[in-house]
Design a protein around this ligand. Sequence first.
Ligand code: MV4
Length: 646
Amino acid sequence: MFQKILIANRGEIACRIIETARKLGIATVAVYSDADRTAKHVAMADEAVHIGGPAPRDSYLRADAIIAAALTTGAQAIHPGYGFLSENPDFVESVETAGLIFIGPSAQAIRAMGLKDAAKKLMQAAGVPVVPGYLGENQAPEVLASEADKITYPVLIKAVAGGGGKGMRKVSDPKDFADALASARSEAATAFGNDAVLIEKYVEKPRHIEVQVFGDGKDAVHLFERDCSLQRRHQKVIEEAPAPGMSLDMRAAMGDAAVKAARAIGYKGAGTIEFIVDASDGLRADRFWFMEMNTRLQVEHPVTEAITGVDLVEWQLRVASGESLPLRQDQLTITGHAFEARLYAEDVPAGFLPATGRLDHLAFPVGARADSGVRAGDVISPWYDPMIAKIIVHGPTRAVALSQLSRALAQTQVAGSVTNLAFLGALARHEGFARGDVDTGLIERDLMALTQAPTASDAVKALAILAAAALPDDALAGFSLWAPLQRALAVMHHDETISATVAALGPQRARVSLGGACLGATRSHGVWQIDGAEPLPVIKTASAIYVFAPQGAFAFTPVDPLARDAAGAGAGNATLSPMPGLVKAVFVTAGQTVAAGDRLAVLEAMKMEHTLTAARDGVVAEVLAQAGDQVEAGAALILLAEPDEA
Ligand code: MV4
C-alpha cells in the first residue's frame, strides 16, 4: 500500500478521499488555489501545496504543477477525484512518465470511452446492448437523413464528442431533420471542436440507470445499480440505489453487460456504465442500452457504498497499489436502500441561479451521512461548483429511506446563502417519486410546484421579530408585570417589510401582533415557542436572522428603527442587485436626474454583464456601490429620492 498520496482536487471529494487515506494510514498531500488557502480539504490534509490562481486552468487543471507537487512532497500516487483532470488521458500519461501512479484507469481505457461512436462500437462488439442507430461512418447530410428514416422516427442526433446534452437534438418529423442536423453540428463544433454526429432511435420516457463497476486490470465485478433519473438539465439532483422497480433478471442482465464492458477494455479502478432504460412499460430486461462509460469515481458513489458496505475509495487505493479485487461477485450483496441529495448554493425560484456567500451557519442532520467540503464560516465562491454537501441516508426499505431523507433535509441548516434545500424537500415529498415512478422528465413536468418559494408563516415571522427584539431573559431587566411593555419592530423578508408590535407579558411570555394576527409566545431555555407549537431553530448573525422551518430556511434582516422611515417606504426606490456579482461600473452620482430606462450600473455575474436601469424617472438620492464592489443578491445599489422630495 502507498505511504503518501496527493489529491488533485478540492471540496467534498478531496475531503472524502483524505478520510479513507487516513483510515488506511496513508499520509495525504492537498493542492490548493488562491481561493482555497483556508479550505477544509487543505486543513484536513497532512501537507498542502499551493498551485496557482483561483481559475481552474490556473490551478486544479495544471498537470505540471500538480505532478511537481507530488514529486516535491514524496507522494507515490495521485488521486484525481472527479471533474478537473480525472478523465484526461494526457494527464494519466504525464503522471506515469513522472514515475508516479495514477489512481484510476489507464490512459488507453479513458481514450477508448472518450468518443461516443468508438465506445458504442467497442461495446457492441463486446456483446453489450446499444441503442439502435447509425454510427456515422459517412457524415453526408443525405446519408444521415436516410439512416434516420431506416431507424424510424423519433430519432436523436448526438455529437460523437458530446456530453451533458450538448449537440443533442430530438427529431420527430423527417421534414425537420436537415435543420436539426445543422444546428446540432454547429453546437458540437463550438463546444467540442468536432462536428461529427451519430443518430439513435429516441428512447421515450427514459430512465438513467447506471452500474458501478470495479476492475483490477485482470478481472471485474459490478456493485449493482444506481438510479439517477431525477435530473434537471442534465444535472443530477437526487440519486438512489438500488433502482426502484428493478427485477432480479433485469439486474442480472445489466450487471452482466456492465462487467462485459469493463472486461472488454481491461478496466482498472472504479467506473460507471451508464444505461438508458425505456420505462414506458415498466422495467424490462430487453429495454436497456449502453450510453457511455464514466472512467472515474462518481459524485453519487456513496449510495453504492451504503447498500454494499464497500468503501470505494479504499478499493481504488488497494487496486492502484497492486492488490487484486477485494471481493468476488458472489460476495457482494445489497442491503436496504439509499438516497443521496445534492445540496447546492443556488436560487431555485430565480431559475436555479448559482449563488455565492459566506456560510454564517451550517448544521447537518444526525443519523445521515453528509459529505461536505465546507464548514461554517467558509465561502461559496463563484470559481467552483456551488455544491455545499451531499446528504446520504440508508434505510431498510425505500419507503423508510425516503422518510429519512425528508427528515434529514428538514434538519439541515444553512445560513448565509440561498440553497436548493426547499426544492430537495419538495422532491422528497413528491408522490410520483415516492411511488418510484421516476424518469428524466419528472422534475420538468412538475417544475412549478417543486420550485415554489415556501412562504413564511406568521409563526416564522413572529420568531424573527422576537429574535430582533432580543427581549432580556431576566425578569428584572426593565419589564413591569402590571404594565405590559409594547415595542414596535420591523424586519425585512425579501422585499417585504414585516412590522409588528411585541408586548412583553413577563420574562418568558410575549405577545406578537403582526398583520392582524396575534400570536402568543413562551420561552424556555432561551428558545421561543409560538402558540405551543414545536420550537424552530433560530440563528442570529451580525446582519441577519434565520428561522429554520421544515419547509425551508427563512432569512430576515432587522430594520434599524431610525432608518426605517427612509428605507421602508422607499423599497420601490432602490435598484437592487439581482444576483451576487461584481459591480463593473456606476454611471450616476447623487443629485443626478434620471429617466426610466437610463443605465445606472453594470453588474458582472456568472460570466455575463447585466445592465441595471432606472425603474422610473427621478433623482438619484444615494449611490451605495462603486465599481469593484462585490455585492450580494438583493443589495441596494442606487436609491432614488421619493417623488415628492425631488
Ligand atoms: C438519449 C435519450 C433518448 N433516446 N438517447 C442525455 C445526456 C446524454 N448523455 C444522453 N441523453 C439522452 N440520450 C436516446 N437514444 C434521452 C437522453 C436524455 C437523458 C438521459 C439521461 C438522463 C437525463 C436525460 C435528460 C434528457 C435526455
